[in-house]
Design a binder for this molecule. Structure first.
Ligand SMILES: [Zn+2]
Length: 270
């Protein structure tokens, strides 16, 4: 099965098309799309979108880019909604959360502190409810690893992974998975392509991050979960293995990373 472990299907770039996009992706063999939230304002939206699409599920969290505007009240609301949603089979993870030490505003000293505080509290929510974490890691591999080691949530995905082999191994040692997508389709992305071709296949999950990180063949156009099978094919080519092997292995990895997907997918095929 093809699973898009990270897709912002609610993004404004999709306009009123989100449900059609999910349907078209399903027709291309994309059995599941995981839609992370980014801020309190879209918690309800990702939930409704997942409920309306047979091949979608969702995560709840506050993205580092939305941390400047977020309040402690939003963290309380998140914890409450997670408790309330834990019986919803389509709710599969905490995310998108993380640390971004690339965007200048987010690197200001007080904003670094606020980011780490929000990330840490959301890791605690994940741990307390036994949920995996969809994690944005930008210029922050070692800091993310430090917090994950200390809080120990149930597992997670380092999304759009772009670190070193050593950092990849540190995530793998913690039982985490690494997300790969459109970035590895660019021939100039030497390090990402080396990681994608040499890391153990069972550590890799596929993602589009649509509407962002479009693969080379549609760049700079709007990315879509419809691209996931072609991105899987690109990974198969990089590793010089059959596409089917990537489809099966990446599907298994996604289920290992996001265990709540298993009953959802069993229900779909059964
Ligand atoms: Zn994202």
């Amino acid at each position: 099965m093809w699973i898009d472990t990270h897709c912002h299907l609610d993004a404004h770039e999709f306009g009123a098309e989100s449900l059609d996009v999910a349907r078209r992706a399903a027709a291309l063999g994309v059995d599941m799309i995981v839609i992370p939230a980014v801020a309190r304002a879209n918690f309800g939206i990702v939930r409704e979108l997942a409920a309306a699409s047979p091949n979608a599920s969702y995560a709840l969290g506050i993205h580092p880019i939305y941390v400047p505007q977020a309040s402690d009240d939003d963290l309380d609301a998140l914890r409450e909604l997670v408790a309330h949603s834990i019986d919803d089979p389509r709710f599969v993870a905490i995310g998108e959360v993380g640390l971004d030490f690339f965007i200048p505003l987010l690197c200001e000293p007080d904003m670094r502190v606020k980011q780490e505080r929000f990330f840490r509290e959301q890791l605690r929510i994940a741990r307390d409810f036994g949920l995996p974490v969809l994690t944005h890691v930008r210029r922050s591999q070692d800091q993310v690893l430090k917090h994950v080691r200390q809080v120990r949530p149930a597992g997670g995905i380092a999304h759009a992974f772009n670190g070193s082999f050593q950092q990849a191994q540190a995530f793998i040692d913690l039982g985490w998975h690494l997300g790969f997508g459109g970035a590895m389709t660019f021939t100039r992305a030497l390090q990402i392509r080396r990681l994608a071709s040499e890391l153990p296949l069972d550590a890799i999950v596929l993602e589009t991050d649509a509407p962002d990180i479009s693969p080379s063949w549609i760049h700079p156009g709007r990315n879509s979960p419809e691209q996931l099978p072609a991105i899987g094919k690109a990974l198969a080519d990089l590793r010089a293995i059959p596409e089917d092997e990537v489809r099966l292995a990446s599907g298994r990895s996604a289920l290992a990373a996001l265990p709540r997907l298993a009953p959802l997918l069993a229900h779909r095929s059964g």
